[in-house]
Design a binder for this molecule. Sequence first.
Ligand code: GDP
Ligand code: GDP
Length: 439
Amino acid sequence: MSKPIVAIVGRPNVGKSTLFNRITGGLVAIVENMPGVTRDRLYRDAEWLGRKFALIDTGGIEFKNEGTAISSQMRRQAEIAMEEADVVIFVVDAQISPTPDDDLIARTLRRSGKPVLLVANKVEDFKQVEGQLYDYLSFGLGEPIPISAVHGMNTGDLLDLVISNLPEIDEEEYDPDVIRISVIGRPNVGKSSLVNNLLGKERVIVSNVPGTTRDAIDTPFEHEGRHYILIDTAGMRRKSRIEDLTEQYSVVRSLRAVDRSDAILMLIDAVDGVTEQDKKIAGYAEDAGKAIVLVVNKWDLIQKDEKTINKFEKSIREELGFLQYAPTMFISAKTGQRVNKILDLVDFVVEQNSTRVTTATLNTLLREWVHLNPPPTDKGRRLKIRYITQVGVKPPTFVFFVNDPELMHFSYKRYLENQMRKHFGFEGTPIRIVIRQKD
Ligand code: GDP
Ligand code: GDP
């Protein structure tokens, strides 16, 4: 199902990220705690009274080409909110009068047809708030909703309003057997070319079905008797109102596509290599537990000798250190080189992403792994793993029952994960390991 989007806008320091964390329930527990990986947190899932939506903190979006002027940054953020979101939360600081920057954002937002909820944050005394917020009526966005993001005061009422303004979104009715593939990557990496090349070879069932979502075109097709949906994030941008698409803008799109997919084809430009944006999206795909293939495109432009692929592969692995499990492919969407191998690899990683291992097998192997490399002791106490069991797929998720979770150090967990990958593969899929206490 495609989720509606709610965007938070406002100038710096008004409390956007505090509100964002409040609504999304704080930092998502990253089960596989990877040091050194910065995770993009500007887009996150949220839910209120059973309604799911995605929340964007536009304050986290930066624009390289907009110079340093804060006001032009904010204007761009507000524009993105207007373009992308179904509901906009505009946050101001209740403790001060409107500033010219607030006014600029208000003017930008007034032009949008989207519902805008004006929110006055940092309210300390809800009894005396009315006179204080009088000046904000001049924005023409209705009465400000007083809240305190830090204390969670009135945020429930705000969320009620958010929900009541969300549009009805049609449920996607795809057969669960259909494999949904999204092609993501920064602008110009070759997404459209790959989509065209892939679909050119296959039997397209109904060509281009827009309308399932507003920001991607879904194309169902058939290949060797199996059914797929290709989610093309590039196809729709040509209709966008914002002409010069910034990289960040397409990140939001990509993240939504990742959510709706079973497998991600992450395109990397052979000439430019891995970009910061690629890292963010890849990190998100991992967090979302999706199967992923790293597809290096424009391979035809590279001068090659017999070592080139290995060198390239090594540098990708270094850049995307946390994605050691993702298989790579080197293709040319232009010439079609190796494009016909992509779906086989997609099938493979999707299968890996749904792999189940029996508890008996896991525990037989566990004894071996522990025997080979006994857990270290900590202050005289030794970790004991009682047993492990798989509790889920997509991605494969395991619970380790141990005497004391504190004793499970990162390096030992990493060792066990490596052993699991050695035995079961799990190629192209993240796996989750949850540690639980059991006496
Ligand atoms: P952002 O730049 O808009 O994302 O703002 P932040 O969420 O980083 O908040 C800026 C500062 O305002 C931080 O020091 C917060 O602790 C503070 N702040 C946020 N919400 C509230 C609130 O409800 N009351 C008060 N008093 N301070 C707040
Ligand atoms: P998108 O923005 O990611 O959809 O990228 P496009 O598919 O529009 O491609 C951007 C440009 O790169 C176009 O000029 C394409 O012709 C070119 N291009 C795409 N794939 C390849 C490739 O494999 N090799 C070469 N040489 N050019 C490519």
